[in-house]
Design a protein around this ligand. Structure first.
Ligand code: FAD
Length: 371
């Protein structure tokens, strides 16, 4: 069993496969765990998918989320109590999951940058850029937003949709209070900006979710960073494009499955990609284990389960994003500033509610306001 990519999705899949007794090789192109452009915001509810503690990689527990429109008109959602939201240090999360997979018997080979993947006489053969080869009966494609393998094997959408992001890691806290995260809507055309705490610092990001053009992140950061107590030029900047969910598609083939960003699972409204990465890694491992043990003759239950558990909500998330980011001022007034909104947002961020539960009401309100 091969897993290509030791990010969140691949490492989660490798752990569950190895724990189920499968022989797993996890291939990662980077020799060392590099800094990843990721805010690290994640519903604490993902803990229930793992039998080991995720707390060692949690930098902060978020109890308060502040929303603003052009740095004013603030709304605060209280996340304390039953709907906790964590900030994890992304590199630590990936390394933690991969090391748990290794503890269960998986082999981690890094660096191993897969250059090509072929199926020959019933076996998948992965070739690295330096010519090394490795074979297996089944393969998990988990190599992130820049994967070309998922398209080559017809997994996920043919028309891939990307969000454009710019992230900045700052190594002091500015004025962000302990346990608080911020979302800013009015400054970014067709998107939003965020500030999430990490131990000893802050991750700030700018994301554009519809349209072809990335936001003018420098202009946004010039206003946003001083409002957080930083110099407008502070921090190391990393640009990244992120595949987002774009319709229901098959995510499996004959002995092959795509997970995480490689399967275009990231939420097209709020860019939540960690929960679906971990969910798909776990689901993939369960389907593959049944298939490898001969309990089923195909992997269709993986695509079906992901559609049910994630895709149905994302279909509504995409519709909300298309309306909200076109009319963000109205969206902010009617979607975020409603008295019940903080509670709903807390439930969505914590994974207790899907977009389908709120979407019809929100879209109707937005469209009625425009007509
Ligand atoms: C700026 C930014 C902020 C974000 N903030 C959040 C957030 O706060 N919360 C949230 O839930 N989501 C967030 N996301 C989304 C989230 O980071 C992704 O959805 C998540 O990383 C998906 O995990 P993954 O394992 O599928 O992919 P990745 O984390 O990209 O892992 C893929 C792995 O595959 C390896 N790889 C690539 N090519 C090859 C190859 N050819 N051979 C071998 N290995 C290979 C890579 O090195 C990498 O380790 C953010 C994204 C961005 C860009």
């Amino acid at each position: 069993m091969l897993v290509i990519g030791a990010g969140a999705a691949g490492s989660a899949a490798a752990f569950h496969l190895a724990a189920a007794g499968q022989r797993v090789t996890l291939l990662e192109k980077n020799e060392h765990q590099n800094i990843k452009p990721c805010g690290g915001g994640m519903a604490a509810a993902v803990q229930e998918w793992f039998p080991f503690d995720l707390k060692p990689v949690v930098d902060e527990v978020i109890e308060r989320v502040e929303f603003s429109w052009r740095l004013s008109d603030q709304v605060v959602a209280d996340l304390s109590g039953s709907a906790p939201f964590w900030i994890v240090r992304r590199e630590k999360l990936d390394a933690h999951l991969a090391s748990k997979a290794v503890d269960e018997g998986a082999e981690l080979i890094r660096p191993f940058a897969v250059k090509s993947l072929l199926k020959q006489e019933g076996l998948w053969q992965a070739t690295a850029d330096d010519g090394r080869q490795i074979e297996a009966r089944a393969v998990v494609i988990a190599n992130g937003s820049h994967s070309q393998l998922s398209e080559v094997f017809g997994l996920g959408p043919k028309a891939v949709h990307h969000a454009s992001t710019m992230s900045v890691r700052l190594d002091s806290r500015g004025n962000l209070e302990k346990g608080s995260a911020r979302f800013e809507f009015g400054l970014v055309h067709h998107g939003f900006a965020w500030a999430f705490p990490i131990a000893g610092g802050v991750n700030v990001g700018v994301g554009t979710f519809i349209g072809r053009h990335a936001a003018d992140s420098d202009a946004v950061l010039k206003q946003l960073l001083p409002s957080l107590g930083f110099d407008p030029q502070a921090g190391i900047r990393q640009e990244a494009s992120l595949r987002v969910w774009n319709g229901h598609h098959l995510l499996h083939g004959d002995g092959i499955i795509a997970v995480g960003d490689a399967a275009s699972l990231c939420d097209p409204f709020l860019a939540e990609g960690l929960r679906p990465a971990l969910m798909s890694g776990c689901e993939a491992a369960h389907s593959l284990t049944r298939w490898l043990n001969g309990d089923t003759n195909n992997l269709a239950d993986y695509s079906q389960n992901m559609r049910q558990r994630w895709g149905e909500s994302m279909a509504w998330g995409r519709r909300i994003a298309q309306v909200f980011y076109r009319f963000p001022k109205v969206g902010y007034q009617l979607g975020i500033k409603r008295p019940t909104a903080p509670q709903r947002i807390a439930q969505i961020l914590s994974g207790r509610m899907g977009y389908g539960d709120i979407a019809q009401r929100v879209i109707k309100r937005l469209l009625l306001q425009r007509s």
